[in-house]
Design a protein around this ligand. Sequence first.
Ligand SMILES: [Zn+2]
Length: 299
Amino acid sequence: MSLLVSAEIPSSRWRRCRWAIAALALGLASLVLPQPLGATVIEPAAAVREPIIGPWAPPPALDEPVSRWQEPAPADVDSLSFPHFTGPEFNELFTTASLPNLSPLSASPTITDSAEMDQQIRTEAVERGYQRRPLPADYARLRLIDDGLTLQRPAAAAWLALEQDAAEHGFELELNSAYRGHRYQRTVFLRPLETPYELEDLAERLKMSAPPGYSKHHTGYAIDIGQAGHAHFGSSPAYEWMSADNFANAKQHGWIPSYPPDGGRQGPVPEPWEFTYVGVEAILCFHQPPVGDDPLCAV
Ligand SMILES: [Zn+2]
């Protein structure tokens, strides 16, 4: 356990120690309680017990309160015209963006209780276009938004800015999901399936959900959102506002669609409710090779 924990948590000795204690406490709690402490999801009926492969839930940010801090953006961002992207370009933009506070990839997390089946699912997932995604390097740098949802600091600020902008246009956005660890994603992936798991069902499930290790939510830079009072975000007025003109109103706050409608081989079927943060500058500079005298896209 210590190897796995140390690969996915902050590097200071104290934090490692604190996390090891917390992970152990949560592990013990999960054995005696019907539901782990702090969990908002329900384990699948016949949950397979596994070693702690990441924090069950990240700790709240301890050092700074959440603020309506804005990312440094060009002063005239409102008047900038953003480049248009194809679906595959949106995906490439997130994968190639240099985002802070991400750890190197750890060993692939457990999916089912069969290593052989897990390997088949991973192969199938990659064929669908899923990619391994990194976890945060330092969980203390995540920001608590609400209801236990946390995001990486720039994404947290950008979410609040997007939420406020949408509100000013009459749309009440809701944050439904943010950072997820491996174990949480595993629960999400397996929850609708019956046990014993069948390869066919697991492969079918890949159309709707990433297996643990492959979710963009692992990074702390992906959000699932909704509009209050609308069951389907993809047909809501807020989505219409966000997606107009190749997602100009999302781009203005550094957000891009995570699984766009024409994304090709990208993992799940398109998910209009999921957005990923890359930052305004990455969006503006994607097509532009860095040049020394360009104040924005300089190296
Ligand atoms: Zn999502």
